[in-house]
Design a protein around this ligand. Structure first.
Ligand SMILES: [Zn+2]
Length: 481
């Protein structure tokens, strides 16, 4: 009896299958297979992760601002960009990509069409908080250890630099006959650790312990008896005579490799996400963008972490000087330049603070971006961010066109928060500007975290930005072309 019922059920199932197949619409010849929603999600997930991995690779190659600028130059050169030098004249061609560096740590690239109508500028920064070696740096401790004498560069979270493998990168200057040349170097090995004092000697370490940069943060380099000097290692690495090394700008860098993590691989962590993530995604966007009627300018500047006051930082004349250079080469008169400036937009791209999982109370309840939620548009009544209603709206429209979600960021009214490049740049170059950034956690930690989707969001909206033209209509309104 059971066998008979099973056979009957099977027969019913076969008949149902046949009927439902006939009812399905026939696939047309040559019609592509439609992907299920799950399959599309998987494809997008793979693209997000691929772009985040590419960013991690870029960060790995860029342990200091010197290396970041070199990595940026490499990508510009691969895309047929031509390096020019402030000290020399050059043959100018419309439509060609040129790039120019200052002090080897700031870079500006540009493309100029014939009869340009405006400037579309995206600026980020190449530096991150770290420790810089002093001119003389090997210190003996009780004749037993050698530590390195370092000072702070920028405002890092001290504790995050302890008990992890570190090394040294930067540049040295070398005598070569009657010349002084710069050489970049990365000591690509686990070389140093800043050890914590054990909890048994410092029972208050978990009670908000403070670190004195002079006494608590010197990395251990060697034993104090017989060791290879760091300058000897550097001379070997750069293949120069030790006696020819004249000076140096050397920094500690974190050796922990970046990674993608989380239940579904939705987060990533690395050193220097602030602000290499913006330097890299805006560069990709600049390279990807089709030429338009506007001058497209990519800038990534040094010394944001120390206030931008240097000959190559946002407070310098670098961007202003490059605009002068463009105007003189492209025969743009002063009056035309002034008209163009009014139909221009600048994006100051520097990361934003995301809602913290343990401390959501530090964020403003209504203006707290989340990881993977899209690009943050930053505003501040005290002008620490340059965004106004017009620039925010123009940028939102650009994001809408590129299907990139936006989020708003504002500090709690009782927290001062940080500042960035935008307001500094616009005092020299008075262009309508917006402060934006990729939401991230643990800003200024040795190891910061962000969301994988936001990497692609940044590249997509900035590509669209570079391909956009803003027309000032003089009645307070703007047209987006
Ligand atoms: Zn930053």
């Amino acid at each position: 009896m059971k066998y008979f019922i099973d056979c009957l059920l099977n027969l019913c199932y076969i008949i149902y299958e046949r009927i439902s197949c006939r009812l399905k619409p026939k696939k047309l010849k040559g019609e592509p297979c439609k992907k299920s929603a799950a399959s599309v999600d998987n494809d997008m997930d793979a693209i997000y992760k691929k772009e985040a991995k590419e960013l991690l690779e870029f960060i790995k190659k860029s342990p200091t601002a010197y290396h970041a600028v070199r990595s940026i130059c490499d990508l510009l050169k691969e895309s047929n960009g031509e390096q020019i030098c402030e000290a020399f004249d050059f043959d100018f061609s419309y439509g060609k990509t040129y790039y120019i560096t200052r002090s080897m740590t700031s870079i500006i690239a540009f493309r100029v069409p014939k009869n340009p109508k405006g400037f579309m500028i995206c600026a980020s920064h190449t530096d991150s908080p770290t420790f810089k070696l002093k001119p003389s740096f090997e210190k003996s401790v009780c004749g037993k250890y050698i530590t390195l004498d370092v000072e702070k560069y920028g405002g890092m979270i001290h504790s995050t630099w302890l008990d992890r493998p570190l090394s040294v990168a930067g540049r040295i200057t070398v005598r070569e006959e009657n010349r002084v040349i710069s050489k970049l170097l990365t000591l690509d090995r686990d070389l140093l650790v800043i050890p914590n004092v054990c909890i048994h000697f410092n029972r208050s370490i978990n009670d908000g312990g403070k670190y004195n940069p002079q006494t608590d943060l010197s990395p251990l380099y060697a034993e104090g008896t017989d060791h290879t000097s760091l300058i000897k290692l550097i001379a070997e690495e750069t293949k120069v005579r030790q006696s020819d090394i004249l000076s140096h700008e050397l920094f500690l860098y974190d050796r922990t490799p970046g990674c993608i993590w989380g239940s579904d691989g939705q987060f990533f962590s690395s050193s220097r996400i602030d602000d290499i993530a913006c330097a890299y995604t805006s560069l990709k966007a600049f390279l990807k963008a089709e030429p338009t009627e506007c001058v497209q300018i990519y800038a990534s500047l040094d010394n944001e972490e120390t206030g931008s006051m240097s000959r190559q930082g946002a407070h310098s004349t670098f961007l202003y000087d490059v605009l002068n250079l463009i105007c003189s080469k492209a025969d743009i008169s002063n009056s035309n330049r002034q008209r163009m400036i009014n139909s221009s937009l600048m994006v100051s791209a520097d990361n934003a603070h995301a809602l913290h999982p343990c401390h959501p109370e530090y964020c403003d309840q209504l203006n707290a971006p989340v990881l993977n939620g899209g690009v943050a548009i930053k505003t501040n009544a005290a002008q620490r961010y340059v965004t106004d209603a017009v620039s925010a709206s123009l940028f939102k429209e650009i994001c809408r066109k590129s299907n990139v979600p936006t989020q708003s960021f504002a500090n709690r009214s009782d927290i001062a928060g940080g500042s960035t490049l935008g307001n500094i740049l616009t005092t020299n170059v008075p262009i309508c500007a917006v402060d934006i950034g990729m939401p991230q956690l643990a800003m200024h930690s040795a190891w910061e975290s962000a969301g994988v989707k936001d990497v692609k969001y940044m590249t997509d909206c900035l590509s669209q930005f570079y391909m956009t033209r803003i027309i000032c209509l003089c009645d307070g309104s703007y047209e987006i072309v």
